[in-house]
Design a protein around this ligand. Sequence first.
Ligand SMILES: [Zn+2]
Length: 268
Amino acid sequence: MQNEIQDILPKQEYSAKDDEEENRFLQRYSRHLMLPEIGEKGQRRIAESSVAVCGAGGLGSAALFYLAASGVGCIHIIDPDKVSLDNLQRQILYTTPDIGRPKSYSAKDTLSLLNPDIEIIAHNLRLNHKSAEQLLQTCEVVLDCNDNFSARDALNLACLAQKKPLLSAAAIAFNACLIRLHPGVANAPCYRCLHREEPNFINIPRCDTVGIFAPTTGVMGSIQAAEALKCLLGKPSRLQNHLLWYDALAGQFSEFACEKNPKCPTCS
Ligand SMILES: [Zn+2]
């Protein structure tokens, strides 16, 4: 009899904990569960998924907030920089006391408070070909929120080799753009296909030389998160191989079809 009770008790405790987790899940994501396009099945799919966000600046801040709030089960944050005062104008993940802290650690702390039910892994490092190849192994979707071509190139190569969806975004001055790529899939362009000319590393405009209108990064980072969630849910998108261009000054969105470059030095 005693043994029987001991057998039963742990199961009851386990079941109570399970119920508590289940209720929290149903309540936290209730507004997603109401959407027939997501529902409980879709939300559980999101909860089981793993995403990499490379670059935790302006674009990454917006994207990371929405991915964490939406319950992506495992989020890798990759950024080698520390928070500086001039980041705070647009990088909404950080507050004044974070100045001087590594962005990946600071972002992890903030997002863990927002959603303690997900796993967040901070990588305080600069991406190169080798680290990109290793880090992306377990990720299903990759968000390119970088501000430099070498990191973008490393991500593109790794996504090409591993046939992973790559959501590449950029922002400068009053403009931002985004494209959903699936390099490695038949006839699909890769990131390098978009650059017919050899990228000029010296004259590429940067936020710290040209300036950046703060909300442009938030707009495009949010769309990046939306596209990432849609990738996880297996939803097609018009932005697949189409570049979305946002001109904040004009208040205008435009779209351009992109094709595989048969002379691409990376994928052809
Ligand atoms: Zn290519």
